[in-house]
Structures are given as structure tokens and as C-alpha cells.
Design a protein around this ligand. Sequence first.
Ligand SMILES: C[S@@+](CC[C@H](N)C(=O)[O-])C[C@H]1O[C@@H](n2cnc3c(N)ncnc32)[C@H](O)[C@@H]1O
Length: 495
Amino acid sequence: MDYLPIFLDLRGRRCLMVGGGDVATRKTDLLLQAGGAVHAVAPELGDGMQALVDSGRVEYRAGEFRESDLDGAQLVIAATDNRPVNARVAQQADARGIPVNVVDDPALCRFIVPAIVDRSPVVAAVSTGGSSPVLARLIRGRLEALIPAAFGRLAALAGDFRHEVKARISDGTRRRVFWEGVLGGPIAEMIYSGRDNEARESLNKALDDFADAADGASHREGHSSGEVYLVGAGPGDPDMLTFRALRLMQQADIVVHDRLVSQRVLDLTRRDAPRIYAGKKRSNHTLPQESINALLVRLAREGKRVLRLKGGDPFIFGRGGEEIETLAAEGIPFQVVPGITAAAGCAAYAGIPLTHRDHAQSCVFVTGHLKDGTVALDWKHLVQKHQTIVIYMGLVGLPVICRELIGHGMAADTPAALVEQGTTDNQRVFTATIATLSETVEQADVRAPTLIIIGSVVRLREKLGWFETDAGREASLDPQFRMDHPKKGKQLLPE
Ligand SMILES: C[S@@+](CC[C@H](N)C(=O)[O-])C[C@H]1O[C@@H](n2cnc3c(N)ncnc32)[C@H](O)[C@@H]1O
């Protein structure tokens, strides 16, 4: 190890900053966040540093660095663009035994300022020993994704209880078991979902129960009551999971998933967590909703953390509401994590903005599910100008849907797209008009899941398409399909 990682208590300590430019400002901000009393020395200041001085948070002496600036300093940073000055600061600070950092010059540094993930009081610091600050920042990015923003509040809660827990659970092993249950269980989840008061009360109660229990080690505190996580898995590409979804997927004891959840997403659940497939039974009949509801209740009652994983978003054509209604009625704790719904995922990956000031000011999501051989939709309200229609589960009913829309006054040449297995490596996009889409799709041996988008926004794909799979490219070269295929190298531009 080339450097010893340590955390310094700088509160109220004099820190010398030599330099007044942008880099000096950033480092000064950091020192101020840690409570340092910053004194800056520079012939002149940039705007950022001047603002800090004007706000009274930084003391400033105008002029070149001189050795007496080091008097009383406990830490020094040199951030000038003048190497001889930086070298003199480093050499004189070192001679006095004051830790010194010279920005972008590891050879002159006694300490390195790491890349930081700040979830105070939890702080993670990453260093590559000065060899690649960019790599350190990339690693920090990954840590940011892994460490929930609420970790700081969880650590603060644990800090508040630390002495009391130590006093009431004297045995070190039992104390560890207690804390593991608290920090990895429902009490932590309460903090993550913003229920801080409830967490505090539960921790009090858990401590009473645990301290009173004759055999604490057999009492799996924090896991005694189960919980259900209703999580949206997005349309297929695992990159579209939320941080919260991923964290819950990796801690749940058991997984109950739907047919639409992709294998790549399932692979991210905890390895030792059994998986129950609730999508379709082998007989090809959907597992009755009541059975799924009852299953979730039973598993949670057994004390398990149950991951109910659904394709897309659980509250959009996903029956998520029905499932948590049962949980609520049975008093089972649950939380809901949104996912990217198929409409948002498919539209983005097909290069079709669902609204656009020149094309559509509203967008409706409907189900095209066939009932008794027909599709029951409010056609009059669907056929509106400047409106995009997104149809879920519409493949089988597509001919009926297009016929009804035309029958209710929609122009037969209204652009329409069908996105097959959107966002995945198999995505294909077929564009046509509502008069021709059905026929186009019929010839293409399309496989579910598919999503239909209707409206003039579909035309934008020609300009904005950016994601192309091999399957999509192949189909786009086939002259029998009317497909606009994205031009290579195009990226979606932010508005
Ligand atoms: C029962 S609904 C579930 C919707 C899901 N809860 C959501 O928010 O996306 C299933 C329908 O979603 C659409 N769908 C889901 N994933 C899709 C994908 N990757 N590509 C195209 N359509 C998809 C299809 O229309 C499919 O029939």
C-alpha cells in the first residue's frame, strides 16, 4: 500500500490554500464541507474564490506565498499553475511536518485527496494513488449507485442508539447479530423509504425484545416480520433498473416473477434466493391473481423478504394495485418501486418521442386486449388530433383496432409503429400507417411482447432513431417490410 487512507477531523483547524483559481475553489469547498478554517493566499482571485471570500467563509491575503503563511496551518493545498511556487510550498510545509497536497503533482504530495462518496456520516473515499484520477471517479460513480442516498440517515440512527445497545446487550456476538438484523432488515428499509420516525420506534421496540429474549442468538431480529417489495423490472434491458430496484433484488429472500421479466434482469437477483414463476403455468393458463396474492401473503408471514418482480412498471397494466390491496388488508408491510414502463422504454429505443410540440400535446396508454373477439375501447376519445396513442397487449387485436380507429374518423394514413421486444437485443420496429400496419406485421412473424404507437410522432423515428439491433437491421433491409431504419451514429439529443 503506497498511501494510508485516513479520515481527518479538520473542524476549526487552519487549512492553507495557495491559489485562487477554479481548482483552488473546488478544493476549498471540500475543506469547508469538512469544517476547516480556510486561509487563502494568491496574488488575485477567480470569481468562485472571490465569492467564498465575500461570503466571509474564507480568509484571504493578497500576494505571493511566503513561508509565514504556514504558521499554525494543519493542512496545506497548493493549487497554483506555477510549478516552482507549488514545489516551494510543498518543500517548506514538509519541512515543518504539515501534510501537503499539490494538485495534479503526485510527486510533491504528502497526501492525496480521494474521490469521495458523501453519505455523511458515511463517507467512502477512493484513490488510485494519483495514477488515474479519472479511474477513481469512475469507481466512485459505481459506488454512488450501490450506496443508497439514505445510508447517511441510517448511520445517524445507528449512532444515536449505539451506546444504549452496548449497555443493554453486553455480549459482543449477540450485539453483532442485533445490528446485522437492524441494518439489513425492515428497519433499514423504513429509513430508505422515508419512514424515519417509524424506524426509530421499531428500533426501540426491537431493542426491548432482543434485550429481554433469553436466547438472543436464535432471535433473528429485524427479520421476524416479512415484507413484500413490488418492483418494476422495466421493459427488458437491465440497465433500466432503478438503484432501489437493484438493491432490493439483491437482498430479497425469495423472488416471485412474471413472464415478462427478462432473464438478464432475473440474473441480478440474489443467487441463493429461490424463484417462483407466477406468469403462466405449464398448462398455459395464467396463475389466478388470487393465488398470487395469497402466495405473497403466505411468504411474508413466514418472515421472508419477498421480491415481487414485474415487467415494466407495476402500476401500469400490471395488477400491482390489486396485489398490494391484499397485502394492505392483511397488514403485511410492502413498498413499491417504479419501473420504466414499456411505452417509455420502447418509445425511447425506437426514437419516437411520445409528445412533441409540433405533433402531440397528449398521450394515452390503453390496453388492446381482446375480449369476446373484440376490443372494448372508447374510440371517440381515442380519435383526437395532436394525441399519441400507445397500445399495450395489442398484437392479436391489431386488425380490429386499426379498423375501428379508421371507422371512427382517424385518417387512414396516420403513421403507426409496432415495437417488438423493445429495448432488448431482439428489438425490431415496424412503421407503416394504420391502414397497413396489420398486414406489415403479419408478414414479419412478430413475437410478443409488442407495443403499438399511433400518431404523427412516429414520423420522427426517421430522424431520431438511434438504437439498432442486428435483428432490426436485417428486417429493415428486407424490402417487403415498410420500415424506416435509423441512420447510423445518430444519438437522441437532450431537449
Ligand atoms: C401485462 S402488460 C404489462 C405492462 C408493464 N407493466 C409495463 O409497465 O410495461 C404486458 C404488455 O406490455 C407491453 N410490453 C412489455 N414489455 C415490452 C417490450 N419489451 N417490448 C414491447 N412491448 C412490451 C406489451 O404490450 C405487453 O403485451
